[in-house]
Structures are given as structure tokens and as C-alpha cells.
Ligand binder design. Structure first.
Ligand SMILES: [Zn+2]
Length: 94
């Protein structure tokens, strides 16, 4: 008797150092690290909405993957702001 379904198990990809991944966006590849609330110990300013990210708020750190010194370009984003980044229309400063 043969097997009807052969299931392929996908092993979870090993993480390096945390919840880090690479995402492709219209403006290039970005390294993205998802921080938990307990890892967020400082106040940052989100470039997406220009509001503060308070300590203990789970959020996203992203930096360009094609920059050797990309780690210096890290930006902290609210998770929804990062997710909506591509949908952002032009907006003026008020
Ligand atoms: Zn934001």
C-alpha cells in the first residue's frame, strides 16, 4: 500500500540573535528585527507617524540590507507603521 500524501515538514528557519528577518520592499531589502516589549527600553521616534514609541512597546527595527554600515541607519517603527510603510502617501509637514 502506497502513501497517498507525503508531507513535507518545513523546519523552522534558525534565527540569528533574535526575531530578525530580511524583507523585500519597493525601495530595496531591509533587515527587520521585531522587538518585544521587554526589549524596548528607550523612547524612540517613529519615522512613519512622527510619534514616540514608548518603552515596553513591541515594535520593529529596520535598516537597509544593502548598506554595509546599515546598522547605523536603524530606524525604530511602530509595527503597524512599518507594515503600512508602502501605503504612505506624500504628506507635508505641518
Ligand atoms: Zn508610528
Amino acid at each position: 500500500m502506497g502513501r497517498k500524501n507525503r508531507r513535507v515538514e518545513h523546519a523552522p528557519r534558525p534565527n540569528f540573535g533574535g526575531n530578525e528577518s530580511t524583507e523585500s520592499h519597493p525601495d530595496g531589502e531591509w533587515h527587520v528585527r521585531k522587538l518585544t516589549g521587554s526589549a524596548a527600553t528607550k523612547t524612540y521616534r517613529c519615522p512613519g507617524c512622527d510619534h514616540e514609541i514608548r518603552p515596553a512597546t513591541p515594535h520593529v527595527v529596520a535598516w537597509p540590507a544593502d548598506m554595509p554600515q546599515g546598522a547605523d541607519e536603524r530606524r525604530h517603527w511602530h509595527t503597524p507603521c512599518w507594515n503600512n510603510r508602502g501605503n504612505r502617501g506624500p504628506r507635508g509637514r505641518t
